[in-house]
Design a binder for this molecule. Structure first.
Ligand code: PLP
Length: 353
């Protein structure tokens, strides 16, 4: 069900088959029937982008491509870097200059030719486009070739299998370029046409950060997709910050087809949700946390009902992003006595309580 023809073309680093975890504690606070998290941060390079690049690089490998390039907010860049390295290809990655440093380091570690761009992801895309003929690199940007979306179908195949072929009522996905949503949607349609699934598709929800929300604006205003004006962007540098998704209209039509919606959440809501995910032992990126923040809003507004089963996609790890709390505030101790001395006021306080 993937486009690669020959087994020997396959380039894999062990992506996929990520756990689906039920978050019971959060569910006790939120009035829903079931709340699940698909733990995409457990993929190679710690994001769901690995799935797409395994398929894309396998296809390009099959066709003898040796030099690849991608515009990215970060995770596509590091995933391309890793899969290209594994396949023996040269990679060029262009990311916005405010991309989390950890992810830029990761690209360098995998040996990618790495550049920061003074602008957004579409400015990075422009550079690759302009250099295509002269540099001879293959542009693996979102929806420039079939492999990335095809690879992301595997999230849908796995979810169906993990849920015993009864899909949830609602799927919440953090949306940037939309390949995650498009891949899931295509996977479910394929499973339906094979007779492996029946009934309606889940309602798809796109979550974006306020301050770069072209999909949310189209859904809210019941109009066609329009790019978000780059000069109005205030959202943080995450995978959701894509002012001009090339397949914006397709994303909007998928949300409408499935009776879904789109919701914008602000930075504070994302932070609070990230703390809530951490409190469940799940390392959630800002994007993955945004799905919980969006779900809370939709439960509050009544759009998600008490009897519904909801699946969130935690698309990446917390630890790839800017340090969350400053580790310099964590005390250093040499031995137990010192630790007791350091903590005894708190210990006494605790004992008195
Ligand atoms: C790329 C990315 C997204 C957005 O995914 P799209 O498929 O581009 O919509 C969300 N979360 C993370 C962590 C990402 O890297």
């Amino acid at each position: 069900m993937l486009p690669v023809q020959q087994t020997r073309s396959i380039v894999s680093l062990g992506e996929g088959w990520t756990p689906l975890i039920r978050i019971n504690q959060e569910q006790q606070i939120l009035p829903v029937k079931e709340l699940w998290v698909k733990r995409e941060e457990q993929n190679p390079t710690a994001s769901f982008k690995a799935r797409g690049f395994s398929t894309a690089i396998s296809l390009l490998n099959e066709h003898g491509v040796k030099k690849v390039a991608v515009p990215s907010n970060g995770n596509a860049a590091s995933a391309l870097a890793a899969y290209a390295a594994h396949a023996g290809m040269q990679s060029y990655v262009f990311v916005p200059q405010d991309c989390p440093e950890m992810i830029i380091d990761e690209c360098l570690y995998y040996g990618a030719h790495t550049y920061k761009v003074d602008g957004y992801i579409h400015d990075a895309a422009r550079i690759i486009q302009d250099g295509s003929v002269e540099q001879g690199w293959f542009n693996v940007g979102t929806l420039r070739e079939p492999g990335r979306v095809e690879g992301k179908k595997t999230m849908g195949f796995e979810l169906a299998e993990q849920m015993n072929w009864i899909l949830p009522d609602v799927i919440v996905y953090p949306t940037g370029g939309g390949s995650g949503i498009i891949g899931l949607w295509k996977a479910f349609h394929e499973l339906k046409s094979l007779g492996m699934l029946s009934g309606d598709l889940p309602r798809f929800v796109s979550v974006q950060e306020a301050g770069c929300q072209p999909i949310v604006d189209a859904i809210r205003s019941q109009t066609n997709y329009k790019p978000f004006p780059p000069e109005k962007v205030t959202a943080s540098p995450t995978g959701m910050r894509v002012p001009e998704p090339p397949a914006g209209s397709l994303i909007v039509s998928i949300l409408r087809e499935t009776d879904g919606t789109a919701v914008a959440v602000d930075r504070d809501e994302i932070r609070a949700a990230q703390i809530a995910m951490g409190a469940q032992g799940i390392s959630a990126s800002p994007e993955g946390s945004a799905t919980l923040a969006g779900t809370i809003r939709l439960i509050e507004s009544g759009w998600i009902g008490r009897n519904e089963r909801v699946v969130l996609f935690n698309t990446s790890h917390a630890i790839k992003y800017w340090p969350y709390t400053s580790s310099s505030s964590v005390p250093i101790v040499k031995n137990y006595e010192e630790w007791v001395r350091l903590t005894s006021p708190q210990l006494k306080e605790g004992a008195m309580k």
